[in-house]
Ligand binder design. Sequence first.
Ligand SMILES: C[S@@+](CC[C@H](N)C(=O)[O-])C[C@H]1O[C@@H](n2cnc3c(N)ncnc32)[C@H](O)[C@@H]1O
Length: 320
Amino acid sequence: MATLLDMTITHVPVLAGELIDALDPKPGETAIDATFGGGGHARLVAERIGASGTLIAIDRDPAAAERFADFERETPANMLFVGASFVDGLRRLRDDGVRADVVYFDLGASSMQIDAWERGFSYAYDAPLDMRMDSEQALSALAVVGEWEERRLAQIFRDYGEERYARQIARAIARRRDSAPINSTLELVDVIAAAIPAPARFAAGHPAKRVFQAIRIAVNDELGQLDTALPLAWEVLAPGGRLAAISFHSLEDRRVKQFLVARATGCTCPPDLPVCVCGNEPEADLPSRRAIFPSGGELAANPRAASARLRSARKLEVQR
Ligand SMILES: C[S@@+](CC[C@H](N)C(=O)[O-])C[C@H]1O[C@@H](n2cnc3c(N)ncnc32)[C@H](O)[C@@H]1O
């Protein structure tokens, strides 16, 4: 069910002009928006592909499906919404023989998800521990915080949140839940803050920021989804098609970069072989090996763009 906040808060699309430049959607083309959200990027793509184009939107959040219904009424282009994870959605499209000219990802959570307080994504509001993008999924933040072993918690806080006090925070959670369950976001914030030595508590932003990011990534299997979805997206892309991804932290960006650079490299022979024996040809053309970052103007207007970076590639015709 859409909340009042859902209806009044919108998501400002990040790196929008840069994404459109990279994708270069043309009239009549087929585009897949793997992370529809509020449809900000989709609107710009739909304007470019026009009434003869086809836009396929994927999102696993049922609230995005509701927004898509309005979007569809207002936008030309032929439209399809796939309510699923982008792994399942892309797999379905591939199995149906869809060939796209454009596929793009705008990773992570939307502003609507973060600001809908009752969904528990934010450490700024008191809400039940949840953080599921797909509200029908079984695993929620409540189960991660309440049931995962201390060692596993420390590992995700370190690996997904780059939290310096990962071990101490995991221990504090385990101790606290021995006496009383942690049910809400602010109860979790209190446990995290108390586990961090006082001088360091606000040294790197809000003390709960990194742990909340880690739990969200774990609940939604964000990195596993990305690792599986990138090859699927590449498969559904027609030769000459363009793939782009906007990431919000280095764990995602590294995956996107490695995937695209591997496609652009071709030869996989060991570097000490005098001649290529694998015969692999590059499958991708990268405009640059460097990511594109938001401009100063965008950062001033939308602080949530701060950690965004964009990478893209064009798929080449490969003769096998
Ligand atoms: C950053 S928002 C996208 C915003 C959108 N580009 C716009 O301009 O409004 C990310 C969206 O992708 C969805 N999402 C994230 N990971 C997903 C996944 N693995 N499968 C399907 N949807 C996903 C989220 O539910 C969220 O709605």
